[in-house]
Design a protein around this ligand. Structure first.
Ligand SMILES: [Zn+2]
Length: 545
């Protein structure tokens, strides 16, 4: 712990360590799990389980048939995006507490990602890494992995994702934390290691991703096993591909290396690579074989990239889920072989869901649409100009959050009525359900108004915008992708929550749940308390029937 960020987190980490030592006998029980495994499938909606389960034969089938499946698991907050979701899964608390409100927020003069940290340097596994360092400095509470290490310093933590925010928010402050950076290079940072981890380096060196350039992504099953059409309205494939299968991994003639890496991350090959890396590190590092309980976090991102480009009903999303079944199956087989059945405990969830493609709904005669970000900014700014005079009063929109200039913020504090014309103008826009000030939301975490409550659970003073814009159902903000996520609608909030492995009784549960329950439930099984966690422990999944 550096003295740059001491106070609350350090104190609670210390308390966690003290609590954990008291409970440590549980962690030493030889029959308990030796490895906690957190699997996140980015953008996996709960209804994908119903749609795809009949076609699964491998790992995802094992999880849904042998695991404890919570079918009513909803994020309770508004800003359902990747960094917030992973921080919730990693810590067992919500954004208002853990501080990670979005993937990026306005920091006075610019928008910066949730993991950007100027005090750390990138550490690359491949030449030419990006120049920005990433860490969990913005995360205000310890993760489950942090608490495991505090309880037993010999606990090993390994987390992997092709997104820095996903790997980092599952790990927290330390571990072998590996991601691909903005230049698509495998990397970590000096927050985690002064030099490349030799085991990760060995894997990356032995497995160049460009080796799949001669592969073609085809559907795994016959065409008639997929619902809907392969070329649906509104698909926006990445450069180098058409909306239609097959998708050559090398792209179209003239596809650059940078474009290839975009195709790679938008394909099941990215998930496959990550699972292979995870299995390799389980062996090389002997995870689950040490004196203390170890932690493995794997976040699969391909479904998110594919979903953004092709939409949730596409053949591409269905095929990504079919192939993920095999990928997870191979990972579970590796855990069975090298850790042992009954010696590892898995929690699987997702960071958010996704909206249907608006144009597909409109063409089917259903409601929906897009709200251009520029339109939000111009509309709100024009209203402020009428009150405050010319100027750039609204400086940024980060999905549902709108940020005012510091001058405009001061005007609003002095006279809250200054905000009214902007709110009224925003609510006149097609697709906008509500626009309201964020000030005071910290008092609404238990509000009976579901939208205020959701906004309050995502609200952090100093990080959140000054105006919250809530779209109508089936409206998305922005237009660069086929679709996106980030609201309180069920299609964004309702995600899987599954426990599997050591001591878990198979069953389906209708108990209300949230992905914040994952960390406390795993922790409980190794005798660890997570003081301050907002998620609940589902102890009954460990009872024998
Ligand atoms: Zn996404």
């Amino acid at each position: 712990m550096t003295h740059r960020r001491p106070t609350a987190a350090a104190v609670s980490l210390f308390l966690a360590a003290a609590t954990a030592l008291v409970c440590a006998t549980g962690a030493q029980t030889p029959t308990g799990p030796r490895l906690l495994v957190v699997i996140v499938v980015d953008q996996m909606r709960q209804d994908y389980l119903d749609r795809m389960a009949p076609l699964w034969t491998r790992g995802l089938k094992r999880l849904v048939t042998e695991g404890a499946v919570f079918e009513q698991s909803f994020y309770p907050y508004l800003q359902t995006v990747t960094c917030a979701g992973h921080a919730t899964i990693g810590t067992g608390s919500f954004p208002a507490t853990h501080g990670i409100i979005l993937n990026a927020w306005w920091r006075g003069t610019r928008s910066a990602s949730c993991t950007d940290d100027a005090s750390v340097q990138p550490v690359g596994y491949e030449p030419d890494p990006e120049t920005v360092g990433h860490s969990a400095a913005e995360l205000r509470v310890p993760t489950l992995a942090d608490r495991l290490r505090a309880a037993s310093p010999s606990s090993r933590v390994v987390t992997l994702s092709i997104k820095p925010r996903s790997a980092i928010m599952l790990a927290g402050r330390a571990g072998v934390v590996t991601w691909t950076d903005d230049r698509n290079r495998w990397a970590t940072s000096t927050a985690y290691a002064a030099a490349p981890d030799p085991d990760v380096q060995a894997f990356v060196t032995a497995h160049p991703r460009t080796s799949v350039k001669d592969q073609v992504w085809r559907r795994l099953l016959d065409d008639d096993r997929y619902t809907g059409t392969d070329t649906a309205v509104g698909e926006k494939p990445p450069t180098g591909w058409t909306p239609e299968f097959p998708h050559p991994m090398a792209g179209a003639p003239g596809t650059t290396d940078d474009q290839f890496y975009t195709l790679w991350e938008t394909s099941p090959y990215a998930d496959r690579y990550l699972a292979d890396m995870a299995a390799d590190l389980v062996v090389r590092k002997g995870l689950g074989q040490g004196e203390a309980v170890d932690f493995l976090g794997v976040s699969f991102s391909a479904l998110d990239y594919v979903g953004h480009k092709f939409g949730p009903d596409s053949h591409e999303v269905q095929d990504t889920l079919l192939r993920l079944d095999h990928t997870v199956g191979d990972l579970l087989d590796a855990l069975d072989r090298h850790v042992g059945r009954g010696r590892y405990l898995v929690g699987l969830s997702s960071d958010h869901g996704v909206a249907p493609v608006p144009e597909a709904r409109v063409s089917a005669g259903e409601s929906g649409g897009r709200i251009p970000t520029q339109l939000l900014l111009q509309t709100a700014n024009a209203a402020f100009v009428r009150v405050l005079g010319p100027g750039q009063h609204v400086v940024r929109a980060e999905y549902t959050q709108m940020y005012l200039s510091s001058v405009a913020q001061h005007q609003v504090i002095e006279n809250p009525r200054v905000l009214r014309p902007a709110l009224a103008a925003l609510e006149q826009l097609p697709g906008v359900a509500h626009a309201f000030p964020s000030a005071g939301l910290e008092r609404d975490r238990d509000s009976r108004d579901p939208i205020r409550r959701a906004a309050a659970l995502s609200y952090v003073p100093g990080r959140s915008g000054q105006i919250v814009v809530v779209p109508k159902p089936f409206y998305v903000i922005g237009g660069s992708d086929a679709t996106t996520h980030g609201t309180h609608q069920p299609y964004d909030q309702h995600v899987p929550l599954i426990f599997f492995g050591a001591g878990v009784t198979a069953g389906r549960h209708q108990t209300p749940a949230t992905p914040a329950d994952l960390a406390p439930t795993l922790a409980s099984r190794v005798g660890l308390a997570l003081p301050g966690a907002e998620g609940m422990v589902h102890a009954r999944i460990f009872e024998t029937p």
